[in-house]
Design a protein around this ligand. Structure first.
Ligand SMILES: Cc1ncc(COP(=O)(O)O)c(C=O)c1O
Length: 388
């Protein structure tokens, strides 16, 4: 007769039940596991010998994580994808995997801000130097390359200032010198820009944005070419980095509606951006799909669409007090970071981060268009402009 506690532990599902094998739910199951069980000692032994190709422990990820990673690999057209706890974690893992002491990292000046902090506070500590090049450099990136440059990090367009990079030109220069390239492809999503078709080695996403689409999770991915697989795999094994099971499930769910959501984001953002170009207080609208954008031709050449976030620069007479009045007058736009979700959002500031940026030291407003009716969003922005 077993004790009550033993009875509870052994009751119901026992980790080896096959009764679930024929339950074909349309979505994958969510596994919450640190421990995964082996069949017998012989199987356990193969783990120790490095010959087991299944999941050995929670840090290996889970079938749901693998399903999400596989979906991203297919959409990106790369060799393999790993999921990370956030977009920033994906970027910093890529940099850790491919840089070593003495190397030089070249980053576009429009890069997601916290990457600068990582380079300054962490990479520098490990002997990696970082410098920044103007995002619109194109083939002129050659002027910024040093003998010890090992890696170039691109983001196109930049998520505050929206410069489009001449990716094929940069990749050509990099390949001639044996330099690896990675791109933050979050704005375009795998639907609108295909980094591997342009020769980029690694494509990174903040899944937090359009792919998840509901502002309720943090997740990132890095998809690598075959040539980069082995070095990146070493880092994953060393850090045992993995992603939240629930977040991977929700991201897979988000992926299914990505293309229909993007149609709405794209149409609304273009309509509002076009209208804003005609408004008296606005000096410049920074949206790559507008013919007035300085790199519009590159966007037309390389991208299959645009998404729902853009910025505009106010005329110089409007300073911080005007910006504050604009932001506080909006009713439909939440004031908050991130983008790609269902609700429209606004942020504002002097976004151009370095003096090699266009519009350095100028006040800008960034609008992330959600899924509300665009007529209502435009009326809201019109009211806020009147308050300037
Ligand atoms: C372009 C871009 N890349 C990466 C990130 C970081 O993603 P996460 O918030 O998932 O860490 C962000 C976040 O805003 C972003 O805008």
């Amino acid at each position: 007769m077993k004790g009550k506690s033993t009875e509870i532990i052994g009751s119901g599902y026992n980790g080896k039940s096959s009764s679930l094998a024929r339950y074909h739910s349309i979505n994958p199951p969510i596994y919450h596991a640190s421990t995964v069980l082996f069949e017998d000692y012989a199987e356990l032994k193969t783990v120790g010998q490095g010959q087991y190709d299944g999941f050995t422990y929670g840090t290996d990820g889970s079938p749901t994580q693998r399903a999400f990673e596989q979906a991203m690999t297919e959409l990106e057209g790369g060799h393999h994808t790993w999921a990370f706890p956030s977009g920033l974690a994906a970027i910093t893992s890529v940099l850790q995997a491919f840089l070593k002491s003495g190397d030089h990292l070249l980053v576009c000046n429009s890069v997601y801000g916290p990457v600068r902090r990582f380079a300054k506070n962490l990479l520098a500590k490990f002997g990696v130097t970082t410098s920044y090049f103007p995002a619109h450099a194109g083939a002129n990136i050659v002027d910024y390359i040093r003998p010890e440059t090992r890696f170039i990090l691109l983001e196109s367009p930049g998520s505050n200032t929206f410069e489009i990079q001449d990716v094929p030109a940069v990749v050509k220069v990099a390949k001639e010198r044996g330099i690896l390239t990675a791109i933050d492809n979050t704005w375009a999503t795998p639907l609108f820009f295909r980094p591997f078709e342009h020769g980029v080695d690694i494509s990174i996403h903040s899944v937090t944005k359009y792919i998840s689409g509901h502002s309720d999770l943090l997740l990132g991915t890095a998809t690598v070419s075959q040539a980069c697989y082995a070095d990146f795999h070493k880092l994953i094994r060393a850090l045992e980095i993995f992603a939240s099971e629930d977040a991977c499930y929700m991201a897979l769910r988000g992926l299914k509606t990505l293309s229909v959501r993007l149609k709405q984001h794209e149409a609304s953002a273009l309509e509002l951006a076009t209208w804003l170009e005609g408004q008296a207080a606005v000096e410049k609208v920074l949206h790559p799909a507008l013919p007035s954008h300085p790199e519009h031709a590159l966007w037309q050449r390389d991208f299959k669409g645009s998404t729902g976030i853009f910025s505009f620069v106010l005329k110089p007479e409007y300073q911080e007090d005007s910006v504050a009045r604009f932001v506080d007058s909006l009713e439909l736009f939440g004031i908050g970071y991130s983008w790609g979700g269902f609700k429209s959002l606004v942020t504002a500031g002097k976004f151009a981060q370095s003096d090699i940026s266009r519009y350095h030291d100028r006040w800008m407003i960034r609008l992330n268009l959600g899924l509300e009716d665009v007529e209502d969003l435009q009326a809201d922005v019109q009211r806020a402009l009147a308050a300037l």
